[in-house]
Unconditional design. Structure first.
Length: 115
């Protein structure tokens, strides 16, 4: 099982980034996918989630209207489009795949929002 995040980096406030998470080694289409983030000194928090078929999405309040989660089941990839980024969005962003008792995590990608 492998989840590989990419797309992080340094961006100025107000800028955009698109994160990708490429999955392999499990039946991607059967799993709910999520993005979490962890800022220095803080607990990991859920940012966005999308159901296996992509029909339902949910976001934490602080990113609603700015972030969009999507998935391409043909490519076994989940995305997080982040617009209007703020310094408080800084952190390591992790991809998570979950189904029943199975829970897989990626290694994370750093996002830094700073001028």
């Amino acid at each position: 099982v492998q989840l590989v995040e990419s797309g992080g980096g340094l961006v100025q406030p107000g800028g955009s980034l698109r994160l990708s998470c490429a999955a392999s080694g499990f039946t991607f289409t059967s799993y709910t996918m999520s993005w979490y983030r962890q800022a220095p000194g803080k607990e990991r928090e859920l940012v966005a989630v999308i159901t296996s078929g992509g029909g339902i999405t949910n976001y934490r309040d602080s990113v609603k209207g700015r972030f969009t989660i999507s998935r391409d089941n043909a490519k076994n990839t989940v995305y997080l489009q982040m617009n209007s980024l703020k310094p408080e969005d800084t952190g390591v962003y992790y991809c998570d795949a979950r189904r029943g008792g199975h829970d897989y995590w990626g290694q994370g990608t750093q996002v830094t929002v700073s001028s």
